[in-house]
Every structure is written in C-alpha cells, then in structure tokens.
Write a protein that binds this ligand. Sequence first.
Ligand SMILES: *Cc1c(COP(=O)(O)O)cnc(C)c1O
Ligand SMILES: [Zn+2]
Length: 482
Amino acid sequence: MTADLFPSYRGRMEYFCLGCGKRYPTDELYYTCPECGGVFLLDNLDFNELKKTSGEQWRALFDARAASKRTALRGVFRFYELMAPVLEEEDVVYLGEANTPIVESSPALNAATGLRTAYKNDGQNPSASFKDRGMACGFSYLRALIRKHGWDQILTVCASTGDTSAAAALYASYVGGAISSVVILPHGKVTPAQLAQPLGSGAVVLEVPGVFDDCMKVVEHLADNYRVALLNSKNAWRILGQESYAFEVAQWFDWDLSGKCIFVPIGNAGNITAIMAGFLKLLELDIITELPRIFGVQSHHADPVYRYYSVGDPKEREYKPMTVSPSVAQAAMIGNPVSFPRVRHFAEKFEAAGGKRAFQVIQVTEQQIMDSMIQANRNGHIACTQGGESFAGAKRALELGLVSADELCVLDSTAHQLKFVDFQTMYFENTFPPAFEVEPDMSLANSPALVISPEEKERLSPEEYTRVTADKVVARLGLEKK
Ligand SMILES: *Cc1c(COP(=O)(O)O)cnc(C)c1O
Ligand SMILES: [Zn+2]
C-alpha cells in the first residue's frame, strides 16, 4: 500500500433497512426503504477483507495519507476503505472539507469549569459546518451514479435548519453539470448567514412557514413521488461521510481513546449516529483498542432522544416525537429526528462493546447553552450555539458525576461561531424573546463604543481629528504615558 496512490481495494456496498432488514443494491438512488419506509444504513459486504490488514498497518497507512497531496485522499476519503470504497478517484469531490483541528481549552477556562475540555472545530469546514463531511461523500456517490447511468439532469433537494442547505448548495454549485440544487427552509428560522449561503451558491431557495419538521414532510413527499436526489441525513451516504469525524478524533490522539469523552449535539441524530458507527468500525479493525465515551446533548426545548434514554430500563423506553420550543441551538431544534432508529441501533452496539457508560444522553437548558457559548468564546474558542450545547453538556455531566477532571472532554462545535452571531447579539443586548428562556449575564455583555461623533469630526482639521480622537481613546482606557 502506497499512501499517495488512490487505493485499489473495492468493496461491495448494499443498503440495508433498519426497519425490515431488506437489502438493496447501490446502483439506484434509494432514500428510504420502498418496502417499509425504514431508514437505511450502508453495508460493505467485503468489510471482513479489511481485517487481513492489521490495525498497526491501517494506522500507518492513514498517518502516511495525512501528508498526501492527492486531493482525493485529503478530505473524508483519507479513510477511503472505511467509507465508500466503491467510488473511483474521478468521482471524489474535494472542497477542502474535513481534517479540522482539535483545540485544547486554555488553563484559565479549564480552571473555571473544573473540566479538561477541547473543541473540535467542525465550523472550519468550507461551508462552516460538519455537514460538508456528509456532502463530500453524498456528492461523490452522485457523481459516480451520473457517470454510470449517463444521466443529464438530476435535481438535489433538501430540507434544512440552515447548514444542510448551505453545504448542499455549495457542493452542487461546484459539481454543476447535470446537478442543480433546491433547498427548502423554514421561513424565519435560519440565521441570515445561513440564508445567504445557498443564495450565494445560486441554489433555488424555497421557504415554507413552520419549523424544520414541516419542511422535512414536504421533501419526503417529493422524494416519494418524483425523481430527485435527497440530501437530508436520511441519505445514508451522508452518514458515511460524517463517520470521518470519529476517524479524525482517533487519529488526532494517536489512536488512543482512553479517557476521552466525546460531546455531540443531537438534532436529526445523523451526526451522533455517524460518530458511533465510525468508532465501532475502528474497533472492529483493531485500529483502536478502546472506545471513547459518547455523550449526546439536547436542549430541554428539543429533547426527544434524551427523553427516550432517560428511562433506565430499556424495556420501558418509548420513543415519542415532540413539538419543539424555540432554541438557540437552532440547528438541533428537531422534535422527530429521522435517524432515531440508527441511534438505537448503534447505541446498543456501543454499549455492548464499551459497557453501560459508553453512550449517554445529557439534557441542558437554553440558559446553559448560551452561557457556555459566551464563556467558550471569551476564552479563545469559535463555538456556535450547538458548540455551546456540547460544552454545557460536559459541565452537566461533571455535575452528575458522569465525567471527571482527569478525562478529556472533546466538544463538537458543529458550526462556526459566525453563523450564529445573532444569538450572541441577543445575549449582549438582552433581547431574547421570552420563549427562549434566556436571561443574559449582563456582566458579559459587550458592545462597540463610538469614540467621537461624526459632527465633531466635521468641525476638526485632519490633524486635530487624530489628536482629539487619540486623546479620547487614552481617556477611555486610562492609559499612562510611557
Ligand atoms: C445539523 C446540525 C446539527 C445537528 O446534527 P444532526 O446530525 O441533525 O443531529 C447540529 N449543529 C449544527 C451546526 C448543524 O448544522
Ligand atoms: Zn424496510
């Protein structure tokens, strides 16, 4: 195996339905099971062949590939064999996604929380969220399909809480050709930055009243009745791409995950599914010898997964979709997560391999999410509100005695701070609508101060203006002459 060559191994992938167990070939576009409507996972029938290579050899190969200049191996496909080993190099779409850094918190922040935390900044992806991982894989698969079938036109569609549409529109606009992109958004429920993204990429942007769950129903109706490629996380290829997050965490820590706790916000539950699936693959191939512990985090305003797992006895658990209330973790504000069956599937496997404490779900308040995001970012991080949710989850886990200070909590900031600045503004200006239930700590409020009025500037010569302004700055800051 040469690290810089595109791999020659090819697997045989099939969809399998988590509802009825039926299997389907991957040379057709399937979204949900035609038989029972269940969600799919993708299975490599030749996965066992990968076991002929030792864990040590895999680690060496992935480490060597980390230095590859070959774009097809730089992003999520650094882990080609574990992901979608049916694609050809010419199909692989690479827009600079994946390989995001893990930044350890400063000693001051750790001292303030009593935790050891680090952020994995998935906002440092091209469209500024982790959704690019899944899109890179989804669009690569689409390219392969288009090539095989000779299709000259395919419409990609997604419903979105903002970031899926930004990512889908970006990748669609890059691939172009037969592909065009439509995104369906809940009117007024995505941030201005998230709305600007698909518009800038030239996608057709359609808005409907309601919340994400309403958009999802419209999109599913389209998928059931028309030939469109659905890019929501029900699309199993996206889950595969998102597994790269787990692979990267393992690689970052030199494949040693002892004492690592991974905190992930849960919305539609695709990301947490993928992260669990990814770590399990590494364990199966002996690439890691120990699983990390996984903590899903949900806001009390949108917590169907938490509610399910909060019942101790698995036989008593009952999944119930819920109506959500406004959440600052807007990208995770989902009452009926489509990947819930996948979570259950992998959580069981995770617990079987890693013990009862290997997978848990934590509930946090809107207040804790906002306070945590502000605190993180005042200490050098670039967390979005969902990143605040991860951090709040770690603090809550400490409170509940579920983690200790000698473990490292890896917090998923699923998007970039800049996509969600409006929530920061509401915090600083104390303008949260009551439904959010957030009382800002006004000692943390920050606002720009105008040093000199435009009228005053008018009255001054350019030289006077500089001196007078500088004097005002000096007075404000109480500077002393050197
Ligand atoms: C999509 C999204 C989530 C939720 O991820 P799921 O896979 O739907 O659980 C969380 N944070 C951000 C920023 C997102 O874009
Ligand atoms: Zn089925």
